[in-house]
Write a protein that binds this ligand. Structure first.
Ligand SMILES: [Zn+2]
Length: 275
């Protein structure tokens, strides 16, 4: 598994100025960003030739990947669970062969089931995923993400527990989702500290030296996440978060998901290095 020697600032998908994934890799270097998240969110098109080209072109850039949105590891229907497992394993393969070191995805929905029951189902299916990924020799972190709505499985405690219980699983922490899920909380330096402390307590210091994170401005209601915004148009206190990441010496990848992708990624990176 690839080791992280610093905090890397990535764009979610190719920067707005880039026409293709391959040209994006060149653009990221010129922008002085550290890499990108390969987006399979609207469906993965398997392309092993493209994976090979990305891996050859990326050189020192850091890559992560985001699995399809169309996943529910807690479906009432077994064929939908099977298809979700398939999509995640296929994403892990495409990502690993592209040189990505970490794959995130939204694991599923409670669907009115109680939290314990949902957790059990998702844990069982995630174990199946990791078993397959290991059998295929895919050395990539499998990371369920903290989600932005109370109807979606994935609060921080659930994601930490899965990471404790299953090998090769670690959290993807989406700070904007956590902020939106709790109606505007988790927006101060002490609150960001508390998130990082909880991860360190649950998973050890190693987890903080290898964290996969998401950040953007975000619009939310009482029901949680609505849509992403540029940081300047949102209330998200990204400076406080950068200060917390610096204090806790967090390493890994922070992926900017704002609509102006590369601009906010640079805004975060500049502030972080000014500290
Ligand atoms: Zn996500």
């Amino acid at each position: 598994m690839q080791k992280m020697d610093k905090l890397n600032f990535l764009t979610a998908g190719r920067p707005n100025i880039s026409a293709t994934t391959l040209s994006a890799l060149e653009d990221l270097r010129k922008l002085k960003l550290d890499g990108m998240e390969l987006e399979y969110v609207h469906g993965l098109r398997k392309n092993l030739e493209l994976a090979k080209q990305i891996k050859e072109t990326k050189k020192d850039l850091i890559l992560t990947a985001h699995g399809p949105f169309f996943i529910n590891l807690n479906s009432f229907e077994q064929d939908k669970i099977d298809a979700s497992i398939r999509r995640i394993v296929d994403s892990a393969e495409q990502a690993y062969l592209s040189g990505a070191y970490s794959l995130t995805f939204h694991a599923g929905f409670y669907q009115g089931m109680d939290k314990e029951e949902t957790y059990k189902n998702i844990k069982k299916n995630l174990k199946t995923i990791v078993k397959e990924v290991k059998e295929m020799g895919l050395k990539i972190w499998i990371r369920p993400e903290t989600t932005g709505k109370e109807t979606q499985f994935g609060n921080l405690d659930e994601i930490i527990s899965l990471s404790q219980e299953i090998d090769q699983v670690l959290p993807c922490v989406d700070f904007s989702h956590i902020h939106a899920r709790y109606g505007g909380k988790f927006n101060t330096k002490p609150e960001f500290d508390s998130i990082l402390e909880k991860i360190e307590k649950g998973l050890g210091k190693e987890a903080l030296s290898n964290l996969h994170m998401h950040l953007s401005g975000i619009n939310y209601s009482a029901k949680g996440e609505r849509n992403h915004l540029n940081l300047a148009d949102s209330d998200f206190n990204y400076k406080g978060l950068m200060e917390a990441l610096k204090d806790y010496k967090v390493k890994g990848a922070i992926v900017c998901e704002s609509p102006n992708i590369e601009k906010d990624a640079l805004l975060m990176k500049k502030y972080y290095y000014s500290l």
